[in-house]
Design a protein around this ligand. Structure first.
Ligand SMILES: [Zn+2]
Length: 227
């Protein structure tokens, strides 16, 4: 873990030893491997993991986010991606103190500066306070295809405090990044419908295959050698 050398951001806390979600180590509230999420329970055990995901989670201090809330959201998203055989194996949580002007999504330049000046491994999720951008998104993501003029934002997800169903929103945005696609689905109940609701959490076999293949090709997932 390198320490930010840039003047405008100072690293206040860095849990450099990654939090292992599936171990007893993570946070005091860490859920055991079998959560009681209704959707997951209804659908039974996820398939055997064939790929692993290491995720960077960036929390902006004074944004209102807490480690506990943030990690709960990350775990929820991980449970949805597990249905594609993707195991969220490691989360690197980084807390940053930033100038107040960077607490909200305001301009692409601000996001780009943050992503550039404190670079973390990708894919990365930035937990920010609010949005002042227009159009206003509670959550958004940048794959490689839609970050053309902003390459520094590729493979990042941005979540605001006001995002509804944030675990589902994070899974949806991460799926955009992993598939490197901004496409939405019309299929009832699909996670990639443009509406984020608890009813929309399913991923098709084709979507999962695309997610795994594209993300592995882009270095965002690692294939397990033995299944
Ligand atoms: Zn979307």
């Amino acid at each position: 873990m390198k320490v930010a050398q840039h003047l405008q951001f100072s690293l206040t806390a860095c849990i450099a030893a990654a939090l292992l979600l599936c171990s007893t180590a993570a946070l005091p509230q860490a859920a055991p491997a079998k959560p009681k999420a209704p959707a997951a329970a209804k659908r039974g055990a996820p398939p055997k993991a064939t790929h692993v995901l290491h995720l960077s989670a960036v929390k902006l201090e004074y944004s209102g986010w807490t480690d506990q809330r943030l990690m709960g959201i990350v775990r929820s998203a991980g449970r949805l991606l597990a249905r594609c055989g993707v195991k969220l194996q490691r989360v690197e949580l980084v807390s940053l103190v930033v100038p107040p002007s960077y607490l909200d999504l305001a301009t692409p330049e601000g996001q780009r500066a943050l992503a550039r000046d404190y670079s973390v491994a990708r894919p990365a999720v930035y937990f920010v306070r609010n949005t002042r951008s227009n159009p206003a998104f509670e959550a958004e993501s940048f794959g490689r295809g839609n970050s053309g003029s902003r390459p520094g934002l590729a493979d990042t997800v941005w979540i605001t405090l006001s995002a509804r169903d944030p675990g589902i929103a994070l899974a949806h945005e991460l799926a955009h990044v992993l598939m490197d696609s901004g496409e939405h689905s019309e299929e009832p109940g699909n996670l990639m419908r443009d509406q984020i609701t608890p009813k929309n959490t399913a991923l098709t076999g084709a979507q999962c295959a695309r997610l795994r293949d594209t993300a592995t090709g882009n270095g965002l997932l690692r294939k397990l050698t033995k299944e």
